[in-house]
Design a protein around this ligand. Sequence first.
Ligand code: HEC
Length: 120
Amino acid sequence: MHWFLMATAAVILASCAATAPTPSTVSAATASEELAASGRDIAEAQCAACHAVGVYGESPNPDAPVFRTVLQRYSADVLEEELIEGVRVSHPMPEFQFNPQGTDALIAYLRSIQETPPAQ
Ligand code: HEC
């Protein structure tokens, strides 16, 4: 029975190796996708009560701009600084504290959902 398991494992390993794309390109794409994905989690947890945080839909709070266009009016760099300081972006929302990783993630997510890519 052992030989069978070993042989099966070897086949599985071999097929993984054969289909795995080159590590360098993949890890780059995956890292930024993961960053944006955790930014989406933050947005859904902390911002979605008022803002539309996805690629469609209206904001629950009509005064809160939808995130998919927010970088058209706000430069990502400015927003990043303000997020790190705790959001004080001119508005009546609770203050948030993000660590730099959380901020990077949120900005990466915002960039990924913009309808028109910000001119940068
Ligand atoms: C309690 C409701 C509420 C929550 C939660 C909330 N916001 Fe807001 N946000 C608003 C409102 C209302 C405005 C518009 C205020 C104004 O225009 O004066 C706004 C505006 C903004 C703006 C400025 C957009 C612009 O074009 O000027 C940004 C950026 C922003 N919010 C980011 C966030 C982020 C990031 C989160 C989550 C971490 C979040 N907000 C959570 C209510 C909220």
